[in-house]
Design a protein around this ligand. Sequence first.
Ligand SMILES: Cc1cc2nc3c(=O)[nH]c(=O)nc-3n(C[C@H](O)[C@H](O)[C@H](O)COP(=O)(O)O)c2cc1C
Length: 252
Amino acid sequence: MILYFSGTGNSEYVAKRIAQKTEDEVLNLFDRLRNDDVSEIQSDKPWVIVAPTYAWQMPHIVRDWLKRAQLTGDPRVYFVLTCGTSIGGAGAFAKAVASEMGKTYKGTAPVVMPENYIAIFNTPGQEKAMEIVDRAEEKIDRIAETINEGAYLEELGGGRLPSMVMNWGFHKFIIADRKFRTNENCTSCGQCVKVCPTENIYLDSPEGTKRHPVWSGRCIHCMACINRCPFRAIEYGSSTESKERYRCPKTV
Ligand SMILES: Cc1cc2nc3c(=O)[nH]c(=O)nc-3n(C[C@H](O)[C@H](O)[C@H](O)COP(=O)(O)O)c2cc1C
């Protein structure tokens, strides 16, 4: 069973491609994460967790859910982390998560996909993004083959300590939603409310005709709201004003 979390579609694309190549089922964790639903899921095939990399680890929302979720049936778990450049030492942390899940760890594979962290970095345009996704496909297919063979995924030697420090700094100093704001393009459509995995966004009480999104402090910086707003109405400070919005070109 392929379980995935995805802010902007990269991990969704990878998960669905692995599911197709392994002839396995795929499940989007969005509702389960949002509702903190850890009820039983059963699978007779290995568990494959696909998620983006956040500061050289899997997102904590996924990690914390996996530790509590009842995943019964097959005892093996694979991790596939999409990233813009590197997953650092995320494998060491995934191994620890597998152990807390009571599962047999079968390795962690990185898949380089387009960068989506628009709050900090530049995101590629559609053409460049398509090139990166095309390049990733061979790697995704190799991962699926490894899973079909029941073999271990490659293990990269990224250090645990640098990942720990980087991830700590990210949670302490970077994740915050105070800089999100809307511009005059906002139509109060509520798409940002729908795509937020932590129910962090609500539309404020109507005053006149317009209601505006309000971010309420539980943001995980997945960048779904800003990248998936259909009217380009969300900014993060002023640095995003000139940046391309990103959505995986093959999941749109
Ligand atoms: C909060 C945040 C942190 C990120 N940290 C990393 C990182 O440590 N290394 C990296 O290569 N890419 C990093 N990225 C880029 C994403 O991991 C990458 O674009 C991923 O494929 C996005 O997946 P998604 O579209 O499924 O959400 C980060 C992105 C975000 C939003």
